[in-house]
Design a protein around this ligand. Structure first.
Ligand code: BJW
Length: 248
């Protein structure tokens, strides 16, 4: 609790707040994490499915996995952690502070909870693109009838996400780099902090002088000033309440 009060005090005085989120934030919305207990999907390791090599080898399999996850994301509801982060943004911005939410999540639950300054580091599951031309389409929120689906330019449709070995978009990297120049409080929430370049952001924020805080149910390799142990959906509403009063 002492640490919660110390972090709440840092939140109150911060002029620039940056939050980095990962799959743990959506766990309580029923969406599985990558390295959690969920394990394999039909015998396949999610870490291997999230690669261009898997798509080249078996586009039908990868398309089906992502389409099931797309449907799960559409059906899921933002949880108290998403809501508290949106509330945090409103408080910081209302006090003329700066805010950015850098998310590795592809489920769009932050936006649905009301967060506005969101940078999707790993893209979005709700948008797909022709794997040859790159042209983007937003499919209807109903399951695909076949896998893979033909894209508009003769390729297959693939999710508009960032797979291992692929580059994050320049816009996302630039937004993250810019946020580190004005950030004085960096919160890292619900991520195992092992996938780069996102995992490197907390160290860069600390090197630039920001106070760093981790919210997670388990310890991670991230070096931070404060650790708030527990589910994000419990810890974040408490933190926002301790900093600003009741979460709406
Ligand atoms: C809770 C909770 C609750 C549970 N409350 N908490 C430097 C060093 C070494 C390697 C590299 C490097 N730089 C680049 C690399 C290669 C690679 C990489 O990082 N590899 C490492 C695994 C070693 N990175 C890349 O390839 C990246 N591209 C790149 O760098 O391009 C340049 C380049 C190319 C080639 C060579 C070198 C450089 C791209 C990374 C793309 C990652 N993509 C994925 C899939 C996205 C699409 C999809 O959704 O399917 O992104 S992989 C997957 O991991 C997904 C996630 O966003 C990402 C991070 O996972 P996350 O969110 O942290 O989830 P989990 O499951 O790992 O953790 C959940 C956490 O929540 C846990 O800590 C729990 O305890 C916690 N939790 N419930 C709070 N209720």
């Amino acid at each position: 609790m002492d640490d919660l009060e110390a972090v709440a005090a840092a939140v109150r005085v911060a002029r620039g707040v940056v939050v980095l989120t990962g799959a743990g934030v959506s766990a309580e919305s029923g969406l599985p994490t990558f390295r959690g207990d969920g394990g394999l999907w039909r015998g396949h390791d999610p870490m291997r499915l999230a690669t261009p090599e898997a798509f080249d080898l078996d586009p039908a399999l990868v398309s089906e996995w992502y389409d099931l996850r797309r449907m799960a994301a559409e059906a899921a509801e933002p949880n108290a952690a998403h809501v508290a982060m949106a509330e945090l943004e409103r408080h910081v911005v209302a006090a003329d502070g700066r805010f950015a939410l850098l998310t590795q999540n592809v489920d769009r639950l932050h936006q649905r909870a009301g967060s506005e300054r969101v940078v999707e580091l790993h893209g979005s599951l709700l948008v797909w693109r022709d794997h040859r031309s790159g042209r983007r389409v937003t499919p209807e929120p109903t399951p695909f009838q076949t896998h893979p689906l033909p894209g508009p330019d003769g390729g297959w449709l693939r999710p508009d996400v960032v797979w291992f070995g692929e580059y994050l978009s320049e816009a996302a990297l630039a937004a993250a780099a810019s946020a580190l120049t004005w950030c004085d409080l960096f919160l890292v929430v619900g991520t195992s902090a092992v996938v780069y370049p996102a995992a490197g952001l907390v160290g860069r924020a600390a090197a630039a002088g920001a106070v760093t805080v981790e919210v997670n149910v388990a310890a991670t390799p991230a070096h931070v000033d404060h650790r708030l142990a527990g589910p994000a959906a419990v810890v974040l509403p408490r933190l926002v309440e301790a900093a600003f009063g009741n979460v709406a």
